[in-house]
Every structure is written in C-alpha cells, then in structure tokens.
Design a protein around this ligand. Sequence first.
Ligand SMILES: CC(C)(COP(=O)(O)OP(=O)(O)OC[C@H]1O[C@@H](n2cnc3c(N)ncnc32)[C@H](O)[C@@H]1OP(=O)(O)O)[C@@H](O)C(=O)NCCC(=O)NCCS
Length: 146
Amino acid sequence: MVRPGADADVAVAAGIDALVSDQPWQPDSLSRYFNHESHCHALVLEQSGDVWGFLIYVLVLDEASVDNVAVLPEAQGMGYGRLLLDTALQQMQALGAVRCMLEVRESNVAARGLYEKRGFQLDGRRRDYYKTAEGREDALLMSRRW
Ligand SMILES: CC(C)(COP(=O)(O)OP(=O)(O)OC[C@H]1O[C@@H](n2cnc3c(N)ncnc32)[C@H](O)[C@@H]1OP(=O)(O)O)[C@@H](O)C(=O)NCCC(=O)NCCS
C-alpha cells in the first residue's frame, strides 16, 4: 500500500536511497518532505509492515515537481515505482496541479521509461549537471500536463 510519509520513515527512506542512488539524499534533506513542511510531500510504499520505497514531491500553486523516487533493489521491476508515481500524480491533480516537472540523469533508463510511460516529455537538458564515476552527465528536464 501507499501511504503518506511520516517523520519516523526518514531514516529508512535515506537507507533505501543510499542503496540505489549515486548521490543519495541525506536524512536532513528528506525530513522536510516527510514532515510535510512548506509545500513538501512524501509518499511511502509499505509491504508487510516494511518500507520498500518512497516518492517525494513539491507542489506550489498549480505546479508540482517530483524530487525523488526510489524502490529497494530487490523490489524493483515489480510495478512499485509506477504505483508510487501514479498515486503522487493523482494526489497532485486533486490538489490543483496542472503541470508536473522533474529532472533525471540521462543514463537512468529505468526512471526515464517510468516517466515516459506516464506522459512525461522532454523539455530540455542541463549540461553536465550530475557527477558520475567517469566525469559528468546531463540532466534531462521532463514535464507533463493534465
Ligand atoms: C526508477 C525506479 C523508481 C522505478 O521503479 P520500479 O519499481 O523498478 O519500476 P516499475 O516496476 O514500476 O516499472 C515501471 C516502468 O519503468 C520502466 N522500467 C523499470 N525498470 C526498468 C529497467 N530496468 N529498464 C528499462 N525500463 C524500466 C518501464 O517503463 C516500466 O514499465 P513496464 O513494466 O510496463 O515496462 C527504480 O528503478 C529505482 O528505485 N531506481 C533507483 C533510483 C532512481 O533512479 N530514481 C529515479 C530518480 S530520477
């Protein structure tokens, strides 16, 4: 099930991100989303009482941005990322969003596939935005409208 994130989920969410991200979010940075401070929102994917994934987003007036989504490595490829994104998109729309934006590493085939299937289109790129083991790579800027 997907439920709103809470302060008690911050440590486990940071742990998941550390497993799946090259530049993981620190608990301090995640905290404002899980405490739903100033336009910040967090959703948590819970199975059998354990947190398997999360999604964080910001909604200001009618524009939203997905700031991160992560699923435990052993639970990837089973539809959970899509469930988190669909739940977030439904919530954003219910709260009045007309546009949702995000940034993704150019090399992140799984995330790009997830977003494209939900109607996100390429708006542009930030050249050399992300660090990689070999150097740097572009961020792709994507968005979708309702
Ligand atoms: C990106 C991520 C959240 C996707 O979650 P997931 O639960 O693995 O994805 P799902 O099983 O819901 O798949 C949804 C769609 O994503 C795409 N996708 C998922 N894994 C993929 C892969 N390995 N290769 C290509 N496309 C993939 C497909 O389009 C898929 O739809 P389909 O099953 O109909 O083909 C997950 O892989 C993850 O946590 N990655 C590491 C963190 C990350 O990169 N976050 C995004 C930051 S922008």
